[in-house]
Write a protein that binds this ligand. Structure first.
Ligand SMILES: [Zn+2]
Length: 357
């Protein structure tokens, strides 16, 4: 009997050894594959736990810290030199539903009028005086949130202004909360491709010629940076805002989320407001740039032009930046303009007025 069992044991050991070898080979191949093939995921909660790297752009942008609970991984686009992964078609990109944001303590409309189905631009609107026929001026300060000290100057302004925070602003949720607590309306300032490629719009800019899936990914990334804003305006974008296809995709995303669009008008060829209206997105256009020249005399002249436009049109939107000169000039000008009969309103009030005209 023992003589018969010995060869059977040997065969059994051989079979077991074969199985172990097969398992080891499969595990090794799977391991190599996992290390070499990048994964493309639209999961906004995913984080690789490593500093964001944007080797495809100026590395300087990579130093901006991003909100920890956000999409650090999406700062890093897939390395296109590696094995190409099929991107999901545009329809497959997850669409963040227009979740009703928390109502600002400075909500413009009485709470009874608002409900869970109200669009985000109404729910997040800053407080506005009732439209009593006085000419309205909306001061929109953009490029906010990168230079922290300048942002604090703008937040400290003692009148309702609208602050548009960069998508890559550091610690944006905390800065946004501070601005909202001061009664300012919040917008999101989205980098878009300029005509002059020597200008760097920042990470993940919306650009002409991107595959629809990549443009969609960048739109989702941009709109998911923080909450509590009424809508977006373009940072740069003299090329992108003139592109009907790209702007159409952007407007679809804004419409789904109940957001408004302010056209900064960085080019005369912009199709921004036209595409917004076509998609049912509440919209308005910038009338005056306050500080293309960062000079107090120049800024005062642009504010006087803003007053003229507001008297002629009933409302005007002036865009400035959080330069100390701009903020100091605004601090002096605001009470004077109010004494001359102008009413300072958040941008959403000018948009709302346009809807009723
Ligand atoms: Zn800008």
């Amino acid at each position: 009997m023992p003589k018969k069992r010995a060869p059977w044991s040997t065969r059994r050991y051989l079979v077991l050894a074969g199985a172990v070898l097969t398992f080891a080979s499969v595990a090794m191949i799977t391991g190599i594959y996992a290390r070499t093939v990048p994964t493309v995921s639209a999961d906004v909660t995913m984080s690789r736990g490593e500093p964001a790297s944007t080797s495809w752009e100026k590395p300087a942008w990579a130093v901006w810290p991003l909100p920890q609970n956000r999409v650090a991984a999406q700062m890093e686009p897939p390395d296109l030199t590696l094995v190409p992964q099929p991107l999901p078609p545009p329809a497959a990109v997850p669409v963040v539903p227009p979740t009703p944001p928390s109502v600002s303590p400075a909500a413009a409309v009485p709470a009874a009028v608002l409900g869970p189905t109200s669009p985000a631009w109404r729910l997040n609107a800053g407080k506005a005086s009732a439209d009593d026929g006085r000419p309205m001026i909306a001061i929109l300060i953009d490029d906010v949130g990168v230079a922290r000290q300048n942002a604090e100057l703008a937040i400290a302004l003692d009148a309702p202004v609208t602050l548009s925070f960069m998508t890559y602003a550091s610690d944006a949720p905390a800065q946004v909360a501070a601005a909202r607590a001061r009664g300012h309306e919040i917008m999101l300032h989205v980098p878009m491709e300029p005509l002059d490629h020597r200008e760097d719009p920042g990470p993940n800019p919306l650009a002409v010629g991107l595959a629809p899936a990549e443009l969609s990914r960048r739109i989702v990334w941009s709109l998911g940076r923080f909450d509590g804003f009424v809508g977006i305006n373009n940072h740069m974008g003299s090329r992108f805002t003139a592109d009907p296809d790209g702007m159409s995709m952007l407007m679809e995303a804004l419409k789904r989320r109940g957001l408004l669009f302010v056209d900064s008008r960085t080019t005369a060829s912009t199709v921004g407001t036209e595409m917004a209206r076509r998609h049912g997105v509440p919209t308005a256009s910038r009338d005056v740039f306050l500080d293309n020249e960062v000079d107090t005399g120049d800024i005062e002249a642009r504010l006087a032009e803003t007053e003229r436009r507001a008297r002629a049109q009933g409302a005007a939107i002036a865009i400035g930046h959080p330069h100390p000169e701009t903020i100091a000039t605004l601090r002096r000008w605001i009470p004077q303009a109010q004494a001359r009969g102008f009413v300072l309103v958040p941008v959403s009030a000018v948009v709302a007025r346009g809807l009723t005209d």
